[in-house]
Design a protein around this ligand. Structure first.
Ligand code: AMP
Length: 215
C-alpha cells in the first residue's frame, strides 16, 4: 500500500514525477489541478466557479477542493493507495485531509517535498506545455513531444496553459510562498516529510525520490 502526497512549488515538475511514481507503485495519480481543468473544460458548476481563480493564479476555495477530494477518494481505485499532486495547498486542506484519513482509519506513508530554486523555476515554466486531451506534461527543452504540438500518448494538441503566462506565474509563486510553503513545517512535524533537492533531469529526480521512499 502506498499513500503519498507530492509537494513542491509551481513548475517543480510535480506532474512529471507523479506520472512516474504512480506507475511505479501502481496507484492512481490524483491531480486536483487536472480535475479542475477537466471541470472548466466541461463547464460544470464546479468548473464555472473555479475558472476565475485559476486564470488569476489564485487558489480555489478550500470547501470546493475538499468536496472534490472526498468524492475522488471514495472511488474504488483508491483502495490501492494514491498519490496527491497539487493537493493539499493550504493548512486547512491538510487538516481536512487528516480528518478524512482518520475517519477511514488510514495513514499517509510519505509527503515528498521537491525543492527547487525560484529563478530556475521561472525559466522552466515558460517552456512548459501540456496535452489538452489527456493532460500529459511536456517541456519544449527538457521533454518535447516527438512531433511538435502533438501528444505522444494520445495524439491530442500540446499547448501552453493560460496560467503559465509570466504575470500569472509570478502570482502563483506569491500564493505558493504564503499559503502552501507552511505545509512543509506541518508535515515535518508528522515525521513523514521526504525532502528532495531537484538536481539533474526528471529521471534523476525520480530516482532520488524512489531511493528515499525505499530507504
Ligand atoms: P496545478 O495544476 O496543480 O498547478 O493547479 C492549477 C490551478 O488550479 C491552481 O493555480 C489553483 O488555482 C487550482 N488548484 C489546484 N489544486 C488546488 C488546491 N488543492 N487548492 C486550491 N486550488 C487548487
Amino acid at each position: 500500500m502506498a499513500r503519498f502526497i507530492l509537494l513542491g512549488p509551481p513548475g517543480a515538475g510535480k506532474g512529471t514525477q507523479s506520472v512516474m511514481i504512480a506507475e511505479q507503485y501502481n496507484i492512481p495519480h490524483i491531480s486536483t489541478g487536472d480535475i479542475l481543468r477537466a471541470n472548466v473544460k466541461a463547464e460544470t458548476p464546479l468548473g464555472v466557479l473555479a475558472k476565475g481563480y485559476m486564470d488569476r493564479g489564485e487558489l480555489v476555495p478550500d470547501s470546493l477542493i475538499m468536496d472534490l477530494v472526498k468524492d475522488r477518494l471514495a472511488e474504488p481505485d483508491c483502495e490501492k493507495g494514491f498519490l496527491f499532486d497539487g493537493f493539499p495547498r493550504t493548512v486547512p486542506q491538510a487538516e481536512a485531509l487528516d480528518a478524512i484519513l482518520a475517519d477511514a482509519g488510514i495513514e499517509l506513508d510519505a509527503v515528498i517535498d521537491i525543492r527547487v530554486d525560484e529563478d530556475e523555476l521561472l525559466k522552466r515554466m515558460t517552456g512548459r506545455r501540456v496535452c489538452r486531451q489527456c493532460g500529459a506534461p511536456y517541456h519544449i527543452v527538457n521533454m518535447p513531444p516527438k512531433k511538435e504540438g502533438v501528444c505522444d500518448l494520445c495524439g491530442g494538441e500540446v499547448y501552453q496553459r493560460a496560467d503559465d503566462t509570466e504575470e500569472t506565474v509570478k502570482n502563483r509563486f506569491k500564493v505558493y510562498n504564503e499559503q502552501t510553503l507552511p505545509l512543509t513545517d506541518y508535515y515535518a512535524r508528522t515525521g513523514k516529510l521526504v525532502p528532495i533537492e531537484s538536481a539533474g533531469g526528471p529521471k534523476d529526480v525520480f530516482e532520488a525520490i524512489i531511493r528515499e521512499l525505499e530507504a
